[in-house]
Every structure is written in C-alpha cells, then in structure tokens.
Design a binder for this molecule. Structure first.
Ligand code: ADP
Ligand code: MG
Length: 491
C-alpha cells in the first residue's frame, strides 16, 4: 500500500499544561450547552426513558474538546465516500455475488441465513428496486505507524448519530469561541457538519421520487430506544425541510413503528403499496433490524419480508444490508474483485488505498500467522452494533478451537489487520463527570446515495462523526457504552 502523507493526530492543545480550573469551567459550560441544545440520550437508570420522549434524559457522553485530525486525511475520506456509495449500489444489484460470497457463512450463521432467505425470495419475485436510497457511514482509523487512514467498515443499515454528531461539532465550536484564546485554538478549524440536514434532504428527495403525497416516511425503531433523540433530530429536520412541498397541502409525515407493530398493522396492496395502520409508506428508514436480538420472534422476520416485498423505498434494502456485511467487505478486498463492479481505475485505487488487510479463515497461512501473533489481528463475526469482535489472546484461542473442531464454523468469521491509532490524553465527559484518560479516535464519514433508474440524484459525503474511546477498550460503540461522541480539529 502506498503511504499517504500527513502527521498522525495529536492533541489539539497541550493537555499537560492546561489549568484544572479551566477544564472544570469548560466542562460545566459544556454540560449546560448539551442540556439546552438537545445533545441528549435516554437515561437508562430512569424507567420509561427509552419509550417516552421527554422522560429521563441525560447528556450524551462527549469529549470535552475536538480531536486533532490531519486535513489531508479528512479530504481523502470525503473524496472516497461517493465511490463507496457507487460500489455498494453496484454490489447490491449482483444477487449472485451476494449469495455466493455468503453461501458458506449461511450454513453456520442463522442470522445471516435468514437475511439471505429474504434476499432469495425477493430475487425470485424478479423485482428491481428502481429507487434506491443509501444513508451510510464509513468508519476509519488513522494507523499511527504507517500514517494510513484505514477503513474499518461501512455501515449500510442504521448508521447512528447523524443528529447528535452535528451537535457535538456545534458544542466544540462554541467552547472554542469562548475559550479558544486560552487554549490557543481557532473554532474555524472544526469543519462544518451538516449530516442531519443532508440525511433529511435525502429522505425528502426519496419521498418526492416515490411520488405519492399522501405516503409517509416510516422510521423502524426498537421497542425501547435510548438513542431516540438522535432519531428525532433527523425527523425534525425532515419536517422542517419540506413544510409545504410541491403538492402544497401535504408535508412529509414521519411515523415510528417497531417491527412487531409493522407485522400487526402492515399489509401489502396488490399494486405493491405498503400500508401500515392504513397509512401508505413511501420510505422505510431502518434504525433497527441489524442484530439477531432485533428479531425476538417470527413476527419481526415477517415484517422485514413484508416491507422488502413492497414497493416502498427501503433504506436499506435487503441487498444494501447484505452488501454492507463484513464478509462482503472481505470479498471486495480480494484482488480483481473491485474491477467487477467499478470501471474507473482511479476510483479503484482510491478504495484500495484505504483497505486494511482482510482475510477469510480458509486462508491457512493467515490463520497460522494469527495464532502466532494474535495481537496483530481482529476476528469478526457477521454482526453489527459493537461488542462482537474478538481481540488479543481470544483470537488465538478461537482459531485453535475452530481448527480442533474442524467444522465449517470458521465461515462465520473474517480476520482483519488490527489498526493501531495514536493514543493521546483526552478529557471525556460522562454522566456529568469529566475525567482525563488515554484515548484513541475513530472517524466516521456519512454519505447519501439516491438514484431512480439511471438517474443518480444524490451521491455525496454528508458530514462526520468522531468517536473517542479509552485506549484500553477494544470496541468503539457509543450506544454500547465504549466510546464518547467527538468532533475534529483540522491540522
Ligand atoms: P460493528 O459492526 O460491531 O460496529 P466494527 O467492525 O465497526 O463492528 O468494529 C467495532 C469497533 O471495533 C470499531 O468501531 C473499532 O473501534 C474496533 N475495530 C474494528 N476493527 C478494528 C481493527 N481492524 N483494528 C482496530 N480496531 C478495530
Ligand atoms: Mg462499527
């Protein structure tokens, strides 16, 4: 891989020299700001806080100051976003590629197998999704040693924090405006973050393409959702965007439904229209449905199939969902596979430049190496949502176990090169308490893609999310409790 230029990120200010009193003052201001501006999540210690808005809120965990990030890496991550969008779209259209690549995984992973069954049923229907909407987030880490910005994964389903990420950028800008002189930093170096508006715009444009003014956008949610405010921010932006649209009397309505409710209230009209509780649905936006626990019974699977069989625009469709799995990511990193989907050589090079090492477990040389040096690898099952990956000595133990058992369970996993980002002291604020810790950061770049037949309506990066976690933690999820929300300070 070619080496990219740019210095690894270092703290935006000298944390050793910073006055403790100033930190406490800033933390206090930041907590007030978060409460006044809706940078909040449901407080898990309060009953009903995951169900009823306005009950039991706590500030979202955040980093007190933005993390320094080299501008050239930020630019290249933005540049590659439309290429990833296009790639996902092309891969989604190749049903055989998806089925073949996941065929061994299907045998040993019940969840992936159920998703593939839905995909097969849709293929049998010979139905083409003419309007396709992707709201993705690609995650990256800057490898300290090689100075390469390496891709962790692309989330094609339920990319979280399009709403709260923008607020964290605003919070940091406001703190730097107030305290920048003391810190020697300039708020203008925090790039503008417009994800919430851009995602709302994409949802609204998809709704327009569907062309039924009475149809609604349906947000598919978990029965209990502590991250509901992030979702409400997006719906609020959506309503604001199109108060009186072309049709003059109709604005975009957004409704929230769980998979179980959709199973109960959903029906498919002969022309393919999806009705839920009698309401026609134009766009189905998933904020659930990515983990086995989202399908506690057959009802949830029936709902997923029903939506998939309908004409509603699914964000994501089952094909987009499968195209974002870790197994497909690993297949796409094999030599000459990108060439099957993309023509432009420069685009292919751009993607390859950010790919980390990815391997299937049927590669015995790599498995041998991972057993010898497990700390250099991450072992990943086909799961989303954080907390599922295997690190360190557990990699070795699991690989040895799979070898001993000699069955096909190895097909449930992939191996990935472990990325080592720079570790810096940072101030993390959780539950009203600010503490200093050694931390690493991960960049997420949001992107939107909308097309109707041959017409590409949107293909762009939309903004960013930084997540910072204590360096001793392997996993990065904010909702899962590992990380805090952050923004970036360009250097
Ligand atoms: P999930 O779909 O569960 O979010 P990810 O592949 O994004 O799975 O991994 C979860 C977290 O684990 C990431 O956010 C990142 O912090 C960490 N991680 C994943 N892959 C690597 C890697 N190759 N090197 C270092 N850390 C990684
Ligand atoms: Mg992830």
């Amino acid at each position: 891989m070619e080496t990219q230029e740019g210095s690894a990120s270092k703290p935006v200010i000298d944390f050793h020299g910073i006055d403790e009193e100033l930190i406490q003052k800033m933390a206090y201001d930041a907590l007030v700001w978060s409460s006044l501006h809706g940078l909040v999540v449901g407080d898990k210690s309060v009953q009903r806080s995951g169900k009823v808005p306005g009950v039991g809120m706590v500030h979202a965990p955040f980093a007190l100051l933005p993390v320094a990030f080299p501008e050239n890496h930020w630019k290249s991550a933005c540049e590659v976003a439309p290429v990833f969008n296009e790639l996902i779209d092309r891969v989604s259209l190749d049903g055989n590629f998806l089925q073949d690549s996941l065929s061994r995984t299907k045998k040993v992973d019940v969840f992936t197998s159920r998703l593939l069954d839905i995909h097969s049923k849709v293929l049998e229907m010979n139905k083409t999704e003419e309007i396709r909407l992707g709201l993705h987030r690609s995650d990256y880490m800057l490898d300290e040693q090689t100075k390469l910005l390496l891709h962790i994964e692309i989330n094609t389903i339920s990319s979280s924090f399009p709403g709260l990420s923008c607020l964290v950028s605003d919070l940091h800008r406001s703190l730097l405006k107030r305290y920048g002189e003391h810190l020697g930093s300039d708020s203008k170096r925090i790039p503008s973050n417009t994800t919430v508006n851009r995602f709302a715009d994409a949802l609204a444009k998809a709704w327009t393409e569907y062309n039924n003014p009475r149809a609604a956008v349906m947000v598919v949610v978990q029965p209990e959702e502590h991250n509901m405010y992030d979702q409400h921010w997006l719906c609020a932006a959506l309503k604001e965007k199109y108060p009186f649209h072309l049709y003059n009397t109709h604005n975009v309505t957004a409704i929230r439904k769980t998979l179980a409710e959709i199973d109960k209230e959903g029906e498919l009209l002969p022309d393919g229209t999806l009705l839920v509780g009698g309401q026609a649905i134009a766009v189905v936006y998933f904020r659930t449905g990515y983990a086995p626990t989202d399908y506690p019974s057959e009802a949830e699977w029936r709902a997923r199939l029903l939506m998939e069989q309908s004409l509603a625009i699914k964000c994501p469709s089952i094909s987009y969902h499968l195209a974002g799995t870790k197994k497909i990511q690993q297949e796409l990193a094999k030599p000459n596979v990108l060439e099957r989907f993309l023509e432009n050589k420069e685009d292919i090079t751009k993607l390859q430049k950010c790919f980390a090492g990815l391997w299937s477990l049927d590669d015995s040389d790599i498995v041998k190496r991972a057993i010898e040096r497990p700390e250099l690898f991450v072992m990943k099952p086909q799961r989303e949502g954080g907390g599922n990956n295997i690190y360190g000595d557990d990699v070795k133990e699991n690989l040895l176990r799979l070898q001993r058992e000699g069955n096909e369970e190895d097909a449930a996993y992939i191996l990935m090169q472990r990325i080592f980002p720079i570790v810096s002291p940072m101030f993390l604020v959780r539950n009203g308490i600010c503490h200093k810790d050694h931390a690493v950061s991960e960049l997420g770049v949001y992107s939107a893609y909308l097309r109707n037949k041959d017409k590409v309506i949107i293909n762009d990066q939309c903004g960013y999310l930084m997540r910072t976690k204590v360096s001793s933690s392997n996993e990065g999820g904010v909702a899962a409790g590992f990380a805090v929300l952050d923004s970036m300070y360009l250097t």
